[in-house]
Design a binder for this molecule. Structure first.
Ligand code: IPD
Ligand code: CA
Ligand code: CA
Length: 282
């Protein structure tokens, strides 16, 4: 599975064509290199290390990260890089790239084809370009500030649902088996009491955000994520017409971990009303 298929290349080119942005090509080409590294390792034998409870880093994470970082460093050597497994440059630099080389490591390690490369480019602290790519389904999601959110070259928008009882909601569980896990479970119970259509925990926050942007999920929440989990997805959600904040409605941090609530906008206040009491207990 190492080679890019014709469909994968075609969708990449369609994606790139939608943007007039100085770093769209670099972001998308770098994501492709990361994606090819992941394809080469998927379902193969891997070296796996444990970072904490149910939190792993594999040789695939490291290979994809090396591919993405080397590509950005080669073409933009003066830009700052923050990437999950290795780089921690200054977040207040003029040009900053925030990279999750493999979002959905647990899925990857279990052979579940739902994971992504996620790359966000920030200019003077503001989200400017984001790309998320699932190397197995060959889906490309990308957004540029002021130029909309796109899926495989098609413009996407958040859903129009305006009541929780019309919503499919995604969540994530941070690597915690104590209060945060309980708060997440309690939140799910509260949401089900609002008669939501259902909830999904499909294991890759970047793709959860892309699905909010595409209108498949009305909302997504998680009580703790890192900037690389949402660096690209935050722009997709806002460019698709949605809202993204922490669970109290504050802007997301690029410097620290944060809770995340992303919605189609119509449901944002309703979601914050459910989430914030649970978030306050953490
Ligand atoms: C994880 C995934 C997961 C979320 C975790 C993240 P990783 O990222 O996005 O869905 O629930 O909190 O850490 O570790 O696979 O890059
Ligand atoms: Ca991640
Ligand atoms: Ca990761």
């Amino acid at each position: 599975m190492r080679e890019a298929s014709p469909l994968f290349v075609e969708r990449r080119d369609l994606t790139l064509k939608q943007f007039a942005h100085p770093f769209a090509r670099l972001a998308i080409d770098s994501a492709m290199l990361g994606a090819l590294a992941l394809r080469a390792h998927f379902l193969g034998s891997l070296k796996i290390e444990t970072k904490g409870i149910a939190n792993f880093v594999s040789s695939a994470d490291l290979a994809a990260e090396a591919a993405v970082v080397q590509s950005i460093q080669k073409h933009a050597p003066e830009h700052a890089i923050i990437s999950e497994e290795s780089h921690r440059d200054q977040v207040d630099a003029e040009h900053v790239w925030i990279i999750d080389p493999l979002d959905g490591t647990s899925n990857f390690l279990h052979g579940i084809p739902h994971f992504a490369v996620s790359i966000g480019y920030f200019h003077r602290g503001l989200p400017s370009f984001g790309v998320i790519c699932n190397p197995v389904t060959e889906d490309w999601y990308a957004a540029a500030q002021g130029q909309g959110a796109w899926h495989n070259g098609q413009r996407v928008h958040v859903s129009t649902a305006s009541e929780l009882n019309q919503a499919m909601i995604a969540c994530g569980f941070y690597y915690d088996r104590g209060r945060m896990m309980q708060a997440t479970l309690d939140t799910l119970a509260s949401l089900y009491q609002s008669e939501i259509h259902g909830m999904r925990r499909i294991g890759a926050a970047a793709l959860d955000l892309a699905y909010v942007a595409c209108g498949q999920f009305e909302a997504f929440f998680e009580y703790r994520l890192s900037p690389w989990d949402y660096a690209a997805g935050m722009l997709l959600v806002s460019e698709a017409g949605g809202r993204i904040s922490d669970c109290f409605g504050h802007p997301l941090s690029l410097a620290n971990m944060s809770s995340v609530c992303a919605t189609n906008g119509h449901l944002h206040d309703a979601m914050l009303t459910v989430l914030s009491p649970h978030a306050r207990s953490l």
